[in-house]
Design a protein around this ligand. Structure first.
Ligand code: SF4
Ligand code: SF4
Length: 209
């Protein structure tokens, strides 16, 4: 009975998947987004220094408002390489939590939900590093997880890349320290946490799209 209710609801509502990449989200979240401003602020992570905003350090605490304000733009990522020649038809991601609060994980896993449906863009998740093209590191870098990260990276077949997701993985955030990953970072996705739309767009662009 319950199943048929959901089935009928689905029929009534139709396809609810985002139209990205054909169009931007209709209602993008304001936070986290690019911040703009031209003054100094008492930022707890020193993400604003000399009137410049460093997105990798920003924990979206909003303490700098109204000196700095969100622009609503979601492109808070840096794509350092294009992988269309390395991973031609698809990309398999292996997520690893080195010490998160849980929010980066939740947003990352959301890209595989029906709303974002990363699979339709040939972006997949794997539960073993042996089948992974990219390791997605989330959370603060800690001594306890160093070996785990290095062993997972070692187990991945070549070619392989590293994606760092969230302020904790990029800069240590509020409690951590600069990370020392087993290789260069190919994609940096800032935010605390980044929205699923930001994550999906960043990985889509990493693929050279
Ligand atoms: S939101 Fe918080 S962490 Fe980000 S720049 Fe403003 S004060 Fe700094
Ligand atoms: S970056 Fe922010 S949301 Fe992500 S794990 Fe760190 S504290 Fe949590």
């Amino acid at each position: 009975m319950t199943n048929s209710i959901w089935f009928l609801k689905g029929l009534r509502k139709g396809i609810a998947t985002e139209r990205f990449p054909l169009s931007d989200p209709v209602d993008p979240p304001l936070w986290p987004s690019l911040l703009s401003g031209n003054d100094d602020a008492n930022c707890p992570t020193k993400a604003i220094e000399n009137r410049k905003w460093n997105k990798d350090k920003c924990i979206s605490c909003r303490k700098c408002i109204p000196v700095f304000k969100p622009t609503g733009k979601q492109e808070i990522f840096d794509v350092r390489i294009k992988t269309e020649k390395m991973f031609k038809r698809s990309i398999y991601l292996y997520p690893i939590d080195s010490g998160t609060c849980g929010a980066c994980n939740a947003e990352f896993f959301s890209i595989f939900s029906p709303q974002y449906d990363a699979n339709r863009l040939n972006i997949f998740m794997t539960n073993t590093p042996r089948h992974a093209d990219a390791i997605v590191i989330m959370g603060v870098y800690s001594d306890g997880m160093k070996d785990v990260l290095f062993r997972a990276y070692e187990a991945m077949p070549d070619p392989k890349i590293i994606i760092a997701l969230g302020a904790c993985a990029l800069s240590g955030g509020i409690i951590g320290r600069e990370p020392n990953f087993p290789g260069a970072i190919s994609l940096k996705i800032a935010g605390c946490p980044p929205s699923p739309y930001t994550i999906l767009e960043a990985i889509y662009k990493l693929r050279g799209k």
